[in-house]
Design a protein around this ligand. Sequence first.
Ligand SMILES: *Cc1c(COP(=O)(O)O)cnc(C)c1O
Length: 401
Amino acid sequence: MSHHVPGAPAPSPSGEPPAPGSPPLSPATLAVVAGRPPRTPDAEANVPVSLTSTFVGGGAMGTGERGYGRFGNATWEAFEEALGVLEGGSAVTFASGMGAVSAVLDLLPVGATLLVPHGAYNGTHALSALLQRRGVLRVVGVDVTDPEGVRTALAAAGPGALLWLESPTNPLLEVADLAALAALGRAAGALVVVDSTFATPLLQRPLELGADVVVHSVTKFLAGHSDVVLGAVVVREPDLLARLRQVRTLHGAIPGPWEVWLALRGLRTLALRLERSQASAAVLARRLAQHPAVTRVRHPSLPTDPGHALAARQMGGFGAIVAIEVAGGPAGADAVVDAVRLWLPATSLGGVESLIERRRRHPSEPAVVPEDLLRLSVGVEDVEDLWRDLDQALRVVAPAG
Ligand SMILES: *Cc1c(COP(=O)(O)O)cnc(C)c1O
């Protein structure tokens, strides 16, 4: 399985040169065909789960050859090829999304400045706070919806900073202008990173918008079945790629081949799942906005949403996560979670089953997230079943009359 070398023309997903003049394949097709073994008679149609801790010697060690199970694995390479093709870069898989986040933060020299969004994923917050307390990094909060504020923070940080972006953010669903912010970051000499977990490469491709690094919690939409914890980083620069692989090899928190195989299997249906989930999310968001028990709905599909115009321009869809605030404060929100029967009260997101959670139940959740905010991860069930269940649960707190 060959890795896509940045700067070289993109290979066809099956490793064959594209027919001259053939139009590029759409991302929905690439999600199905990328990362397959070469088309030779009697070859597997799918890369198998490669269970081995070592490889027969004689390969070119130290140049990306496998050699040993901590250095490389054919199942990783298949998934990485598929994700790399989808994002337009080269992917490196990690044992979890947080493994991917920490590998990226490890690219920074000690004492560097990390600009992190106020509304970033709580694990990203907790890890940056930990690194700050240990004196490893200087951490500065930014608002991703305020490019002028980001520009000021970048100028104060000086060159060599890392601008961490997330869009849409988890769980506030703020939409960042990735092209504008990446341009500001680059002009200031910062490394620009986008956690694109909520969007997936089917809805936005940050490398094409000027980012240096894309981070995914593969656990979520990419794997898509709530049965795997996995992460990935995608880059274009060969130097960044080599450093990330080195971090993975030396820190040693490598992904398991079974998990990566499941993620590649999940990726094959990403387009179908996402299409269904985000269509249902838009329907539910519209209805929730009319519900007497709901005080606020956040979903970029709503014309009244602050991120709507930007998301419509930047993304190929509005995504499948909706956040609501409900009457009755945190107790009301907890009552709704207690009252659902079909929605699963659980953390995580991006799976085929719909999940609901009050995010501030986690002590690590940033204070900018309202206490009564419920995050809804819309799965692929029938939308009317999902609506009926939500509606009956919300009636628990709907004001009388
Ligand atoms: C879940 C999540 C992560 C962390 O990923 P894990 O796979 O749980 O380690 C990072 N960023 C975002 C936006 C997430 O939703």
